[in-house]
Design a binder for this molecule. Structure first.
Ligand code: ZN
Ligand code: ZN
Length: 260
């Protein structure tokens, strides 16, 4: 692939996301690999071993949802996966930086559940590369919202942190509260694609007073995509709120949604 890790360096070393005291410490401590803690050359860089084990998604993949294909001919002339052929999502296209495997979980799970918010610019740098074409033609970034009870429990919305880091990196505006999760949705882990779509249908709405999308191209930001049901439900709400179109950029996606 010839991927150069320097492309994944955060544009601003400290990303502006850390608390000032933590930032001060960072200037004193040598930079560490965000996965294994080994000393590295620069802030936000993976060590050579972790970088080598990280599975960045590259072509061939579904031209719509971005799910990786095993071979270039898969998906036929339109390069569409069976899911997008039978049930086209509400979003135009989706791209992901990482395949959601064991190595990706070593970045995503601490970021999501263990207050490792300094990983946002690391993941955003990977997302900026995977979504360069989408970012180039996007008017505004919108994170997938958490329901307020989950936000209270977790204290931060990991998707919003990714949107902020990407917005800073790419000089695009972002809207924190454009979407609202009207009701808590069940854990989707055990559900198949159809059940996932049913579980999140109608769960999202454009926030009142935020119907500002008139003709704007929206890039929806999330941490992990599985079947695309959540992203599609969000896209439906954004289109209803006047978005011209909705694309999706996530940090990682499950390689085969039919398996999860
Ligand atoms: Zn490492
Ligand atoms: Zn697809």
């Amino acid at each position: 692939m010839g991927i150069n890790q320097s492309q994944y360096l955060p544009s601003r070393v400290l990303g502006g996301l850390r608390h000032a005291a933590t930032a001060g410490l960072d200037l004193l401590l040598p930079p560490q690999c965000p996965i294994c803690g080994k000393l590295v050359d620069g802030m936000g860089r993976l060590c050579a071993n972790c970088f080598g084990q990280t599975h960045f998604i590259s072509a061939p993949f579904c031209s719509c949802c971005g799910v990786p294909f095993a071979t270039a001919g898969e998906g036929g002339a339109l390069a569409l996966c069976p899911g997008c052929l039978s049930h086209p999502p509400a979003f135009r296209s989706a791209r992901a930086a990482l395949s959601y495997d064991e190595q990706a979980r070593r970045l995503i799970l601490p970021f999501k559940h263990a207050d490792r918010t300094e990983l946002a610019p690391v993941l955003a740098a990977m997302m900026a590369r995977a979504g360069a074409e989408l970012l180039a033609e996007t008017d505004v970034l919108v994170p997938v919202p958490l329901h307020r009870t989950r936000l209270r429990h977790r204290r931060y919305n990991q998707s919003a942190l990714l949107a902020v880091a990407l917005a800073r990196r790419c000089g695009r505006p972002w809207l924190a509260d454009a979407l609202r999760r009207q009701r808590p949705t069940p854990a989707l882990g055990e559900l198949g694609a159809a059940a996932r779509a049913e579980a999140v249908a109608g769960a999202f709405t454009g926030a009142p007073g935020r119907m500002v999308f008139g003709g704007r191209k929206v890039l929806l930001i999330d941490d992990v995509m599985t079947s695309g049901a959540t992203a599609s439900a969000c896209a439906t709400a954004l289109l209803a709120a006047g978005a011209a179109r909705v694309d999706v950029l996530v940090a990682a996606r499950v390689p085969d949604p039919r398996g999860g």
